[in-house]
Ligand binder design. Structure first.
Ligand SMILES: *Cc1c(COP(=O)(O)O)cnc(C)c1O
Length: 455
């Protein structure tokens, strides 16, 4: 075994091979040396645990392979053919070109992020976005942090720390990995007071829980599950009314924060930001990259008095967002003001896409594949909203259904290896590709990927 180890090429010898020398054209000498050492070390460990000694060419391949998967730009652009519009694993909402361009412009040069061009004096990075958020939602003020989890945590810490926050028992829930309302309250230093029952809570339950120590009422939208049957949930206006009588703010974690009415597209109604503010919510929190269709961020809108407390809380600085986020968010909000969100925001273009357009696209794909002698079927399907929005709700769609002629898993894996990678799904051993979430201009690449995936 020692002999085997001794027979391994030295670091110097590996560095002198043409393949590894070529790596040095693109990467610093030290990074290449470190990679060679690491891979050589792995080979040694494998030999010590009984593996055969790979030949020198295999060792070089391994180093070059590791370099080509590590020393690269990331993330990769992929084509989403899953039909899940807000796909968390694929980065949630795709931005509009305009929003992406705004982010780029803000990133590659200097901006008037915190300076007033009029007076030349220092300004706030939030004043413009606050103004836009007010106009779009009807709230007095708005502010933006890293994500909605951060928004909820910040609001609770700023307004409820050391005091009681009243939540309906049916809403002390877990939303996605690691975001559990009781834990968030605890982290923010609040004492959770649960009222009502899992299925039925009334406004009078909130009223009965009021003590001199009550800091806020908290409402949480059940984003990712549904309770049906014998249920009762007080309206926002009813809880807000109780709050107003006792001078207790109503905080509402809306989750998605829809600005358009989802019921106009055949979906269940998702609580709308404007509506919740009009109904008396003091502060509403929601994500930027779910149904809003913008960049990852958490948005807080509502009373300017409470916003003042939030803006001056020390956590605010820790949760501050990037200028590119504010730029793309601003560009995402403008279409709502223009009344053209369904034409300009990809998430809403996908939600509002007529079934006939999706069928037509699938038919074009089918025709193109037929010329390559690939058979496919167009089948009725449902596209999901995803991203923990509108559980169980879906839109009528179609999928192109392809027989993988072998293992469906291998077929999907081959599609993930194409450039750009394509993400599809399997149903009954068939490959299903939903045109709804394939962006305009991605059709040719998708078809090339299908063709390349056949064994
Ligand atoms: C998605 C969601 C969150 C978390 O939002 P992020 O932007 O992912 O941090 C919190 N609350 C509700 C109700 C949600 O739906």
């Amino acid at each position: 075994m020692n002999e085997l180890l001794r027979s391994l090429p030295s670091v110097e010898r590996l560095l002198a091979t043409p393949e590894i020398e070529a790596l040095e054209a693109g990467f610093a000498h030290d990074s290449v040396v470190a990679l060679v050492r690491e891979k050589l070390g792995q080979v040694r460990t494998e030999i010590l645990s009984g593996s055969a000694r790979p030949d020198d060419a295999a060792i070089v391949d391994r180093i070059v392979g590791a370099a080509s998967s590590t020393f690269v730009s990331w993330p990769n652009r992929v084509i989403n053919a899953t039909g899940v519009i807000i796909h968390t694993n694929l980065g949630r909402a795709p931005l509009s070109e305009a929003a992406a361009e705004a982010a780029k412009l803000a990133s590659v040069g200097y901006t008037d992020l915190e300076i007033s061009l009029e007076s030349g004096k220092r300004g706030s990075r939030y004043s413009h976005i606050s103004e836009l958020l007010s106009r779009v939602t009807g709230a007095e003020a708005g502010i933006v942090v890293n994500n909605n989890a951060a928004a909820v945590m910040l609001v609770l810490a700023a307004l409820g720390s050391g005091r009681e926050v009243v939540v309906s028992r049916g809403e002390a829930v877990e939303i996605g990995g690691g975001f559990r309302i009781p834990d968030v309250l605890l982290q923010s230093g609040c004492k959770l007071v649960e009222v009502g029952t899992t299925n039925r809570t009334y406004a009078r339950d909130f009223e009965a829980a009021v003590t001199p120590d009550t800091a806020a009422f908290l409402k949480v939208h059940a984003s990712n599950f549904k309770v049906t049957g014998f249920t009762s949930d007080p309206g926002v206006d009813e809880i807000a009314e109780v709050g107003q009588r006792h001078n207790i703010p109503l905080l509402y974690d809306l989750g998605s924060g829809a600005l358009l009415d989802t019921s106009e597209y055949g979906l269940a109604p998702e609580p709308m930001v404007q509506r919740s503010i009009a109904d008396g919510t003091s502060l509403a929190m929601f994500s930027g990259d779910k149904l809003l269709g913008g960049p990852q961020c958490g948005i807080i809108v509502g009373s300017s008095e409470l916003m003042g407390k939030i803006g001056s809380h020390p956590l605010m600085r820790a949760l501050r967002v990037e200028k590119s986020t504010l730029a793309s968010l601003s560009e995402t909000l403008l279409p709502y003001l223009r009344g053209s969100a369904t034409d300009e925001i990809p998430v809403w273009q996908m939600i509002s896409a007529p079934l006939s357009a999706i069928q037509e696209r699938a038919a074009t794909w089918q025709t193109s594949l037929r010329t390559a002698k690939i058979d496919s079927e167009i089948e009725e399907a449902r596209s999901a909203i995803g991203g923990g929005s509108l559980p169980g709700e879906s839109l009528p769609s179609v999928t192109l259904s392809i027989d993988p002629n072998g293992s469906p898993d291998s077929f999907l894996a081959a599609m993930r290896r194409s450039a750009p990678p394509v993400i599809g799904r399997i149903e009954n051993d068939m490959i299903k590709l939903d045109p709804r979430t394939v962006l305009p201009g991605e059709d040719d690449a998708l078809l090339a990927s299908i063709k390349s995936a056949f064994p």
